[in-house]
Every structure is written in structure tokens, then in C-alpha cells.
Design a protein around this ligand. Structure first.
Ligand SMILES: NC(=O)c1ccc[n+]([C@@H]2O[C@H](COP(=O)([O-])OP(=O)(O)OC[C@H]3O[C@@H](n4cnc5c(N)ncnc54)[C@H](OP(=O)(O)O)[C@@H]3O)[C@@H](O)[C@H]2O)c1
Length: 326
């Protein structure tokens, strides 16, 4: 299997390398690309040194079975279609293609069927959305999801490595805002992305349309408030969800406890620091909402793992399985 990673030096790219190693995937060829700035950087895959190359249009002359993009929407819009002409599957972490009707938006535990026989660009969903839809999909199947109200507490690594650098500089006494609209150290900022005419931010709109697309139901109502907090890794969501059927809490607990990629914490709670290197969506403080047709829960996930790299690698694994070989 031949694999390329575009954006290999970034937060998600480096984690992609870790996640491929953790899945014990041994590609015949692995090429790493980034901007001209990182050309010549050495990264390691299973202790083998790999030199990062500058991304150019020529980078995809060789065909790859799988190409991962984690270099932002601008790079993806230009280079992912070129990569797709020459490659099997192109898995993009940016939001560039998520809203396109013909592009599958995949969380394999929910909609891996979209990968059957599929070649071309696949979109990896937004980080806060992935960790939230994993438990919501389980509850949706049992009780019929109708409405979601969510507030997020998103780590600075969600803005890439420059988010971490901004927080670290401010923690050392720096007074510059860096990449955020306000100082993030010792603060919370209720803006992620740009504000739209609706009054919601672009990140909030992503949580809405991505939830509807992944769960294949445009009637699900979603209102999100996305907030940046001074945490390095790990997003948290405070989720309130309403259902058409009455929720049987024992059944909900059993279903979530048995579901893949979900860790349910009963009678305790979990924090972003405590999840460590987990690739799961964590659910705790599960309880009824305003009545027995609704539930509230606290939801934590590693934004660079399940929110990006681990889900992208899971897409590769699911696609390979659909073709019957790994
Ligand atoms: N971080 C998260 O939690 C998260 C979660 C979900 C999705 N995502 C998405 O994943 C993507 C990457 O995010 P990140 O957090 O890894 O960002 P990052 O840490 O800033 O890394 C960006 C990567 O893109 C590369 N890059 C930038 N411009 C390039 C160009 N013109 N040509 C080739 N490579 C270029 C950078 O290379 P250099 O080192 O050479 O600059 C670096 O490898 C973004 O689209 C982001 O929205 C991130």
C-alpha cells in the first residue's frame, strides 16, 4: 500500500503518523509533504527516517492508494482534486469539501457504508462534531434524535500548532493576542471561526450541517455555541438532546456502554487532561434533560486523535476492509 500525508509536520499530520503506526499499518511507500518551510525535516515512521518534501503539483505524479490532507482548506481545494486524479482515496481533514453533496462525510462507526466502492475525496468531519455524533448516533437509532443544543469547550490545539504557541507565549507573560481575537490564557473566547449573517459562527454552522449530514437527517435541529478555552489538547461538549421516543435511561446506558469508540463513565466524570491518548469519544454525566424525551451529557474527545487523525486513519482501515485486504 502506498500512502502520502500532506501537512505531515502539523499537529494532525504528526498524529496521523502515530495513528498509522498504532494500527500497525506497514505501507510499501510513505511520502510526507508540507510547505517549502519544512522541506528537509526528518520525521520517523516505525523508527525509519523519512524526509519531508515540499508539496507541488508534481507530488502526485506517483499514484498513491491513500492520500491524507491536513494542510487547511486552501491547500486542499487546490491539491486534493489533483491527488484524486492519480490516487485511490483522498482523505481531507479540512472543511473544504464537507458540504459538497457528492463528497462523503465519514465517521466509520456510523456511515462506513459510504466507502463501499468509493474512490475520490472523502471529508473528515469537524473535531467537535465527530466526538458528539458518535454517542448521538447510538441514541438516534434507539430513540429518534430531533434536537441538539450544544456548547463546546475547545482546546487551542484545534487551531493547529500556532494555537498552542499562542497560549504558551501568553502563559509566559506575553501580551499579544496571537491568532485569537482576545487573550486566551486565563480566559474563554465565545468565537471560533467567523460570524455569519445568522449570528452563528462558521464553526457553529459546521456542527449543525455536519451532524445532519452524518446522521442523514436534515430535520435534526442543532444550535451550537463554540468556545475556545485555554486547554492544550481535548475538546469538551455540553450536550442536550431531544428525541421523538421516550428515552429508557437503562437502555441508553447499555447501548452507549456497548458501542464501539465510546467510553461511558457512569457515576464519575472525565476531563480533557484525563483522557490521555484515548481515541474514543467519552461520555459522562448522562442524565435526563427537561423531561424523559431528552438527555444531557458531558462529552470529551482528543481533538487531534478522534477529532482528526484517528478518524482519518479509521476511514483508511474501513475502506481497505471494504475491499477485503489490508
Ligand atoms: N488540530 C485539530 O484539532 C484539527 C481537528 C480537525 C481538523 N483539523 C484540520 O486539519 C488541518 C491541519 O490542522 P493542524 O492542526 O495540523 O494545523 P497545523 O499544526 O497548523 O499544521 C498545518 C500543516 O499544513 C502544512 N501546510 C501549510 N501550508 C502548506 C502549503 N502551502 N503546502 C503544503 N503544506 C502546507 C504545514 O506545513 P509547514 O510545517 O511546512 O508549515 C503543516 O504541516 C486543518 O485543515 C484543520 O482545520 C485540525
Amino acid at each position: 500500500m502506498k500512502i502520502a500525508i500532506v501537512g505531515a509536520t502539523g499537529e494532525v499530520g504528526r498524529m496521523m503518523i502515530n495513528c498509522l503506526e498504532e494500527q500497525n499499518i506497514k505501507p510499501k511507500k510513505l511520502e510526507l509533504f508540507a510547505s517549502a518551510k519544512s522541506q528537509g525535516t526528518t520525521l520517523y515512521y516505525m523508527d525509519q527516517p523519512l524526509v519531508v518534501k515540499e508539496l507541488t503539483e508534481e507530488s502526485f505524479r506517483d499514484s498513491y492508494d491513500y492520500v491524507f490532507f491536513s494542510a487547511g482548506g486552501g491547500v486542499a481545494r487546490v491539491f486534493a482534486p489533483i491527488a484524486a486524479e492519480h490516487s485511490g482515496l483522498v482523505i481531507d481533514n479540512s472543511s473544504a469539501f464537507r458540504n459538497e453533496e457528492d463528497i462523503p462525510l465519514v465517521v466509520p462507526q456510523i456511515n462506513a457504508d459510504l466507502l463501499n466502492g468509493y474512490q475520490g475525496i472523502v471529508a473528515n468531519p469537524n473535531c467537535s462534531t465527530i466526538q458528539m455524533v458518535l454517542p448521538l448516533a447510538v441514541l438516534d437509532r434507539a430513540f429518534g434524535l430531533q434536537k441538539v443544543v450544544v456548547s463546546t469547550y475547545q482546546a487551542v490545539s484545534g487551531s493547529g500548532h500556532s494555537g498552542i504557541e499562542t497560549l504558551e507565549k501568553q502563559r509566559r507573560g506575553g501580551i499579544l493576542k496571537g491568532i485569537y481575537p482576545e487573550i486566551i490564557d486565563l480566559n474563554v473566547i465565545p468565537q471560533i471561526g467567523v460570524f455569519l449573517d445568522s449570528g452563528y459562527s462558521s464553526e457553529e454552522e459546521k456542527m449543525k450541517f455536519e451532524t445532519q449530514k452524518i446522521l442523514r437527517n436534515e430535520d435534526i435541529m442543532v444550535s451550537a455555541t463554540t468556545v475556545r478555552v485555554p486547554v492544550i489538547y481535548g475538546h469538551s461538549n455540553s450536550v442536550y438532546a431531544e428525541f421523538s421516543k421516550q428515552v429508557d435511561m437503562r437502555e441508553a446506558t447499555r447501548l452507549l456502554g456497548d458501542a464501539p469508540a465510546i467510553q461511558l463513565h457512569e457515576n464519575s466524570y472525565i476531563t480533557p487532561l484525563a483522557i490521555g491518548n484515548s481515541n474514543d469519544a467519552h461520555v459522562c454525566r448522562l442524565r435526563y434533560g427537561v423531561d424523559q424525551h431528552s438527555v444531557s451529557f458531558w462529552n470529551v474527545g482528543h481533538n487531534v486523535r478522534i477529532g482528526a487523525a484517528a478518524n482519518a486513519v479509521n476511514i483508511l482501515v474501513a475502506h481497505v476492509k471494504a475491499y477485503g485486504k489490508l
